[in-house]
Ligand binder design. Structure first.
Ligand code: FE
Ligand code: FE
Ligand code: ZN
Length: 277
């Protein structure tokens, strides 16, 4: 009998950790994702140690495993503007300090957009930031998210993520989060060639680096470089393709988080749909 698949969704963090834990359990989730602060990147609320303590107990009792924090998506570590890069670095460093309240979890971010400076300069700036803020002592694994390649986004090719990792010193603290909508929009055909894409990921990045998966359908066709999430089964990937991802023998041990346009009842339904074949 294989382990139960860890499925969850994106939840609002505005009412604290314990509240997220209870919401997760109420929809049959055993993991979840949350923004570390307002997604547009404002100041973070202070962490309440009592809330964290209550959450950690609750999580243990209810089998909530690894959770994923998501950086604000306005952060751009490879912007042309120095103050924008500094803001990204400051925010991420602060988020990682706060993540130490819940050691052993994941922190996902969008590598950024090079805005005309070129992919290589983008990669250099991202690795530079990671080299200044990652430490061997931290208890959080930082994840680079696979992107759709919208505009000048870095990270829509596995090679680009591999190169960021290659240029970063604290590799132990670094991993990748695969987003199904993003990779499909980027031109990796996980609908018709999932095994080949998984093999390619392994060859280019290494499957040991893959720490989480975002499960989303896509509003746009294959290789559209668009990045608009759709409800499970209502987009171009379809329910069967996403089920195959979740139950794939080389992926099924990972935490899977939905980022579909849903409220809690919709998430509960999608978790149920994906869990059962
Ligand atoms: Fe994301
Ligand atoms: Fe995502
Ligand atoms: Zn997206």
């Amino acid at each position: 009998m294989s382990e139960k698949i860890k499925l969850g969704c994106h939840l609002s963090s505005s009412r604290g950790f314990l509240h997220m834990g209870k919401e997760a359990v109420s929809i049959g989730a055993d993991t979840f994702q949350f923004f570390t602060r307002n997604p547009r990147g404002s100041k973070a609320k202070e962490i309440d140690p009592k809330d964290v303590e209550a959450y950690l107990m609750y999580a243990q009792e209810h089998g909530i495993g690894t959770v994923v924090a998501h950086a604000p998506y306005t952060l751009n570590p490879c912007s042309k503007e120095e103050h924008t890069r500094e803001f990204a670095e400051m925010t991420m460093a602060d988020d990682l300090r706060r993540m130490e309240y819940i050691p052993g979890n994941l922190y996902n971010f969008h590598p950024g957009s090079h805005v005309g400076q070129g992919i290589d300069q983008g990669i250099e700036l991202i690795a530079g930031m990671l080299n200044r803020i990652l430490t061997p002592e931290q208890h959080t694994t930082v994840l680079l998210e696979t992107m759709s390649g919208k505009g000048s986004e870095v990270g829509s090719r596995f090679e680009e993520l591999a190169e960021i990792i290659r240029r970063t010193r604290c590799k132990e603290q670094l991993g990748v989060c695969l987003d199904t909508c993003h990779v499909y929009d980027a031109g990796y055909d996980i609908v018709n060639h999932l095994d080949e894409v998984v093999e390619e990921f392994d060859r280019v990045i290494g499957l040991d680096r893959l720490k989480a998966v975002h499960v989303n359908d896509s509003k746009n066709p294959f290789a559209s470089h668009k990045d608009r999430h759709e409800k499970i089964g209502e987009g171009s990937l379809g329910l069967e393709a996403l089920r195959r991802v979740v139950h794939h023998p080389k992926l099924s041990h990972l935490p899977f988080c939905l980022e579909t346009p849903n409220e809690l009842p919709g998430y509960a339904r999608e978790i149920e749909l994906l869990r059962n074949i």
